[in-house]
Design a protein around this ligand. Structure first.
Ligand SMILES: [Zn+2]
Length: 238
C-alpha cells in the first residue's frame, strides 16, 4: 500500500519516494508514498512531474486501487526500486483545495437554511457544482445564499481533518446526512472533514486549513434538474 501523504498533509507539494511496481503496458508506476491525490468525491486527480535524477517525467494521471496509488507517466519509466522526486502542479491543486472547501461550506449553508443534504457534486479548479433536493427553492434567495456563504468564508473557520472508527461514524447524525452509509461496508475508518460550526462530512479529498483561504465566491446559476432537484454552480472570484 502507498502512504497517502495528501490525506493528512494537504499542503505537502513534493515527496521523495521509491518505485514499488511498474506496469510497462500502461506506463504507470506504484510508489511507496505520494502527495498526488488519485481523485474521488468530486475532486479530480492531481497532475505534476516526477524526477529520476536529471530526467523529468510528466505525471498525467493518478489512480488508486487495492494495491495503492498509481502514477501514469509520459516520457519513460523508472524501474522498481528506483528513487524518484515528485512535484505537484501546485497552483492547480491549491485551487482544487479552495474550491473543494467552498463546496463543503455551501453544503453547510444550504443545510442550515433548508435542512436538505447534498445529492451530488463535481469540481474543476476554481469551479464547483452541487446538487440538492430542494423543491421549494425561490430564485430570490440566490443573492442571500451567496452572501451567507461569503460571510462564512470570511469568518476564517478552521477546517479540521480527523479519523473515526466506522461504527462511530455510522451513528453520527451529521455524517449520516452526508450519506456515510454509502461508504464501502468494509471501510474500518472514516476520514472526516469538519468546517467547525458549519459542515461536517465523510470525505477523502484535499481542503485548505481555513475558510479564509477560499476568498469569495460567486453563485453563477441555480437550475432546476427536475423532480425538485436544483443544481448550484459557483466560481471562485480569484
Ligand atoms: Zn471534501
Amino acid at each position: 500500500m502507498t502512504e497517502r501523504i495528501y490525506s493528512t498533509a494537504a499542503y505537502e507539494r513534493s515527496m521523495d519516494a521509491t518505485v514499488v511496481r511498474t506496469e510497462v503496458d500502461d506506463n504507470r508506476i506504484l510508489l511507496d508514498r505520494t502527495v498526488f491525490y488519485p481523485g474521488g468525491g468530486g475532486q479530480p486527480h492531481d497532475v505534476g512531474e516526477l524526477w529520476i535524477g536529471d530526467d523529468r517525467l510528466e505525471v498525467v494521471r493518478i489512480t488508486a486501487d487495492r494495491d495503492g496509488v498509481w502514477h501514469w507517466l509520459e516520457g519513460g519509466m523508472p524501474g522498481a526500486g528506483a528513487t524518484v522526486r515528485g512535484n505537484l502542479d501546485w497552483d492547480r491543486r491549491y485551487r482544487m483545495m479552495r474550491t473543494h472547501t467552498a463546496m463543503h461550506a455551501m453544503c453547510g449553508v444550504i443545510w442550515r437554511r433548508y435542512q436538505v443534504p447534498v445529492t451530488g457534486g463535481n469540481m474543476e479548479a476554481g469551479e464547483g457544482r452541487l446538487d440538492f433536493e430542494l423543491p421549494d427553492w425561490n430564485s430570490e434567495d440566490k443573492p442571500t445564499v451567496e452572501a451567507e456563504l461569503n460571510e462564512e468564508l470570511a469568518n476564517r473557520l478552521p477546517v479540521e481533518v480527523s479519523f473515526l472508527p466506522r461504527t462511530e461514524a455510522d451513528q453520527d447524525p451529521s455524517l449520516i446526512r452526508t450519506k456515510v452509509s454509502l461508504l464501502p461496508a468494509d471501510l474500518a475508518e472514516v476520514r472526516v472533514i469538519d468546517i467547525v460550526g458549519l459542515d461536517r462530512q465523510a470525505d477523502g479529498g484535499t481542503h485548505v486549513d481555513s475558510t479564509g483561504e477560499v476568498g469569495t465566491i460567486s453563485l453563477a446559476t441555480v437550475k432546476s434538474k427536475g423532480r425538485g432537484f436544483r443544481r448550484f454552480r459557483f466560481t471562485l472570484d480569484s
